[in-house]
Every structure is written in structure tokens, then in C-alpha cells.
Design a protein around this ligand. Structure first.
Ligand code: OAA
Ligand code: MG
Length: 540
């Protein structure tokens, strides 16, 4: 064997996109010069999965399982994906929420090998060069974060990379996007998390966050470089902090095929699940009273899509808005509060609406007073505040409605507004409960945007959409709600996420056609055609 042949053999094993490990057949070992580099046993994908499953079970905690799975992904993508897809209910909480939260917090501890791209501020003049890498020629889907609002865990700086990696693993697992076609990107503009910055192991840029005009200019060059290098790419904005999340979405949704998962994906998931819930309770959407706790990107996204859904069912906009009440850091969101961010101005009630409210204190009106006066049928948490749905709040709500719908959506588990078992206990089992993170409590639905983003992305790509419209998210929410759940749950089980993604993709693609933003021939846009394009995790 020539030196080049030896080097090629090693390269084949080193590349996670080509490596098959012990599953290389004897013939392939012969052809590619792999004998000796691999142990003699010739395995199968199944036997490899079994070996990794056993290793996983022997580990001491989920964080180590997460790290193990990340390494597996970096050494053999097919095996990683086959393993994840084999047992999604077991694997999802390991590669995604909630464990990915700790994966981000401890990212620097387990950093081993490059995956995706770090675009750091000091490299701001090199973005086009970095993107020029031919290894990225096939990229179709980008998930990008600047790490400032990682789940409910706040600023994780460069450690936020765990989120784009995790979301894209699910684009592959659920929407069948080939692993070579996904690109996680972390925009590293520094971190205001002093603990990260002072950690000698921290892998990110040790600088306070760049903000204002410099940040905007950096994001502008990022978007321009992406649009130039990857025409038609779908870009998902993920875990940006409030104002940036809105600004980037609005500034760029017309220029790049893009959406914000926390604003729009979470909204479609919550509204879809709510549509499923009200088929149980029998009370129409137009008669619901909704209290939202946390009016940041996710909370106000939910509110806006709810308004849209209520209007589609016949309410005037003002009537819809009158049914939704938001409580944020400073209490009930009222129009006389100075310097409300624009998305909260849209949700604010007139102080005249509450003149006859009973109040427990003279200051800002908190969640308990809001619940006691509004008597909501639906309570949604998107605050990142652990335990905010306390016993008093929940009992007050349950006193006014037979089947309270309660969705503590904040992630991970350590940031959830309530434990679902408590919600069931405090309502004598009457509550219909959905949580952002998986708690493993029977009858509780996981209301996580993983039910939406893979399908929306797949549908947008399949239809060659020029834009991801609000109507496409509404279509996704309705498609999800129509699926319903099994037993007490409101959504299909995690085992069916791949079918869910396909079902949503079809609805989204059809809506793109209806709205005239699709660019492909409608004849080709069938469920079968979309399904046929989904990659399966098997060895070539
Ligand atoms: O990542 C998740 O599990 C859901 C999500 O987008 C978030 O909490 O930011
Ligand atoms: Mg998110």
C-alpha cells in the first residue's frame, strides 16, 4: 500500500460521515485498506447499536451520556442517528432538552473536536473565508445562536453551541435532513456571564458581549455572507435574547429563508397543543381566557399566534387581545408602564380594564392577582422562573374552571414554572398539563418546539419557499393540533416525531403554495415526494 493509500484509509475512518467502524465488510476493508486498523470482528449496525446502548446504560449520569453521544456523533454519524432514532423517548432527553442545557453550561469541559462553525467577533473580517470551505457545499439547514439566552439558563457564551448541534441532530432524526446538509453556527460576540469568562477552561472569546451598532454590523456581515454562500438555505434563529431575537427575525426574514424557533416554533407548538386540548374540554378557542407568564420572545410569540388563531375563528382583533393577559418581570403588562418593548405594547391592557380588580397589594399586579381576576382557562409559562406556578396560583385558577389547561414551557427542568405532578395534585387531577421539558409523568404532554421546527423546515425547503410566513406557522400549528394525542396526552408520542415532521411539512408546503411563496411545481409537492427525500440512517 502506498503512503497515500494508508492516509486515505485513516481519513475514511476519521470522517464521521464515512466511518462505519466495525460494520465495514471484509470486502470494503480490502478495497479501502482498512484491515489492521479495525478489529477483525465484522459487525452490523444493529450490533453496533447494542454495544453503544450497553455503554450508555453503564454510565453514571445523563451528562456523561450526553458527552458520550456527542463523541459518537463526531465519530460515526450513521450509528449516532440510528441509535437516536431507534429509541427516541430514551435518547431525546439525552441529546436535547433537558440534558443539552448542562451540555451548554459545561461545554468547555467536554470540547473535543470541531463540529459546525464558531464565528467569533475577532474573526469578523474572515466570515466569507470560513464559509468558503468545500466541506460545506451541501449545507441546506443552518441553526445559529449567539448563546445569550440558552433555554432558561441565560448567557452561556460559546457554550451555547450545544443548542444548534442538538436542534440539527433532530432535523436529521425527525425531518431526514442528511447530516452533511446541516450546519450548526455559534456567533461568539463574547459573554456577560462572568463565571464563564473567568473559567480557565472556557473555549469562547473572553470579552464582554459586543452590543449595539457593532453587533448589528457583525450580524449584517454574517447574513450577507450566508446568503451569498448558501442561496436557498433555511436558517433557524435560536436562543437569542429578547430584543435581538425580534430584531433579527424582522430584519432578515425577507432576505433569508428563516424563522425564529423560540418566537414562532414555540408559538406554533403551544397553539397546536391548545387546539388539541380544547377538543377535550369542549370550550371553543374564542371563549378561552389566557394568562401568559413571561412576555419575552416565546411568550409574546405565543400570544400573537393565539390572536391570529382566534381571529381566524371569528373574533375581531381587539376581542382576541382582550382575552389574553401577559404578566412579566414588572407584573401585569399595562399600557401605562414606561418603555415597554414593542412586542409587549401589543399585549398591554388599558389600566381602565382593571379598575374593579381585587388586589392583594398596592404595587404592581402579580401573577396571583391576575389569575384571581381573569379566571383564566389557560395558563402558559415562558418565564424561565422555576416554581413560579405555586400552589396558591394554581388553586386560584382551578377554583374557576373545571379543566384548567396549564403549560409550564420553560426549559430545562430546573427552569420549569412547576412540576407537573404538583399541578395535578393541586387540581385534584383536573388539570390538562403540558411541559417544555420531559418529566416522565403519565398523562403529561411534552409541549416542545421539536414538534414543529423539523416539519416547518422540511416543508419550507420542499416547497422552495421564498419566505417562512406567519401563515405557514399557523398551518403547522393546526396540523399539529389535528394529530391529537393518545390517552390523556395532547400530542402524538415522541416515538412518532418523524411522522409528525412529515405531516407538518406537507401542511406547511401546501400553505406556501396557497400564499404564492413556493417556487416548485405544485405537482411535485406530494407527501410521497417529500417522504422520499428524507434520509434514513443506514450505511451506504
Ligand atoms: O430547546 C428547547 O427544548 C425548546 C426551546 O427552543 C427553548 O427552550 O429555547
Ligand atoms: Mg430555543
Amino acid at each position: 500500500m502506498s503512503p497515500a493509500f494508508h492516509a486515505a484509509a485513516r481519513a475514511l475512518l476519521a470522517d464521521p460521515l464515512t466511518n462505519k467502524g466495525t460494520a465495514f465488510t471484509n470486502e470494503e476493508r480490502e478495497t479501502f485498506g482498512l484491515h489492521g486498523l479495525l478489529p477483525p470482528h465484522v459487525g452490523t449496525l444493529d450490533s453496533q447499536i447494542e454495544r453503544r446502548m450497553r455503554a450508555l446504560e453503564g454510565m453514571k449520569d445523563d451528562f456523561h451520556r450526553y458527552a458520550f453521544l456527542r463523541e459518537l456523533q463526531d465519530s460515526n454519524e450513521v450509528l449516532f442517528q440510528a441509535l437516536v432514532q431507534r429509541d427516541l423517548p430514551r435518547m431525546l432527553p439525552l441529546v436535547y432538552t433537558p440534558t443539552v442545557g448542562e451540555g451548554c453550561e459545561r461545554f468547555s469541559e467536554i470540547w473535543r473536536r470541531p463540529r459546525g462553525l464558531f464565528l467569533s467577533y475577532p474573526n469578523r473580517d474572515r466570515i466569507a473565508d470560513i464559509l468558503a470551505d468545500p466541506a460545506l457545499d451541501r449545507v441546506k439547514v443552518i441553526v445559529v445562536s449567539d448563546g445569550e439566552r440558552i433555554l432558561g439558563l441565560g448567557d452561556q457564551g460559546a457554550g451555547g453551541m450545544g443548542i444548534p448541534i442538538g436542534k440539527l441532530a433532530l432535523y436529521t432524526a425527525c425531518a431526514g435532513i442528511h447530516p452533511a446538509e446541516v450546519l450548526p453556527i455559534l456567533i461568539d460576540v463574547g459573554t456577560d456571564n462572568a463565571a464563564r469568562r473567568e473559567d480557565p477552561l472556557y473555549v469562547g472569546w473572553r470579552n464582554p458581549r459586543i452590543r449595539g451598532a457593532e453587533y448589528d454590523a457583525f450580524m449584517e456581515s454574517f447574513v450577507a455572507a450566508v446568503a451569498d454562500r448558501f442561496p436557498g438555505v433555511l436558517l433557524q434563529w435560536e436562543d437569542f435574547a429578547g430584543k435581538n431575537a425580534y430584531d433579527l427575525l424582522e430584519r432578515y426574514r425577507g432576505r433569508l429563508l428563516s424563522f425564529n424557533d423560540d418566537i414562532q416554533g414555540t408559538a406554533a407548538t403551544a397553539v397546536g397543543t391548545l387546539l388539541s386540548a380544547i377538543r377535550r374540554t369542549g370550550t371553543p378557542l374564542t371563549e378561552q381566557r389566557v394568562v401568559l407568564f413571561g412576555a419575552g420572545a416565546a411568550g409574546s410569540g405565543v400570544a400573537e399566534l393565539l390572536v391570529r388563531a382566534m381571529m381566524a375563528d371569528g373574533l375581531a382583533e381587539a376581542e382576541a387581545r382582550a382575552r389574553i393577559w401577559a404578566v412579566d418581570r414588572d407584573g401585569l403588562v399595562l399600557s401605562d408602564i414606561p418603555r415597554l418593548p414593542p412586542q409587549q405594547q401589543a399585549l398591554a391592557h388599558d389600566p381602565a380594564d382593571i379598575v374593579d380588580w381585587t388586589r392583594t397589594g398596592a404595587n404592581a399586579i402579580g401573577l396571583l392577582d391576575t389569575v384571581a381576576n381573569v379566571r383564566p382557562t389557560v395558563l402558559i409559562g415562558a418565564s424561565g422562573q422555576m416554581g413560579a406556578f405555586g400552589e396558591g396560583v394554581i388553586r386560584a385558577m382551578a377554583a374557576g374552571v373545571a379543566q384548567p389547561v396549564i403549560f409550564p414551557l420553560s426549559n430545562p427542568i430546573s427552569r420549569a414554572e412547576a412540576h407537573p405532578a404538583d399541578l395535578l395534585a393541586w387540581t385534584d387531577g383536573r388539570a390538562i398539563v403540558g411541559t417544555g421539558s420531559p418529566f416522565g409523568v403519565a398523562g403529561v404532554t411534552q409541549v416542545n418546539n421539536v414538534y414543529i421546527f423539523p416539519g416547518v423546515g422540511l416543508g419550507a425547503l420542499a416547497s422552495g419557499a421564498r419566505e417562512v410566513t406567519d401563515g405557514m406557522f399557523m398551518a403547522a400549528a393546526r396540523a399539529l393540533g389535528a394529530l391529537g394525542g393518545e390517552g390523556a396526552t395532547l400530542l402524538p408520542p415522541i416515538t412518532r416525531l418523524r411522522e409528525v415532521a412529515l405531516h407538518i411539512a406537507v401542511a406547511v408546503a401546501r400553505q406556501a403554495l396557497v400564499e404564492g411563496v413556493a417556487t416548485v411545481d405544485p405537482e411535485t409537492l406530494t407527501r410521497e415526494a417529500i417522504a422520499a427525500g428524507m434520509w434514513e440512517a443506514t450505511y451506504p
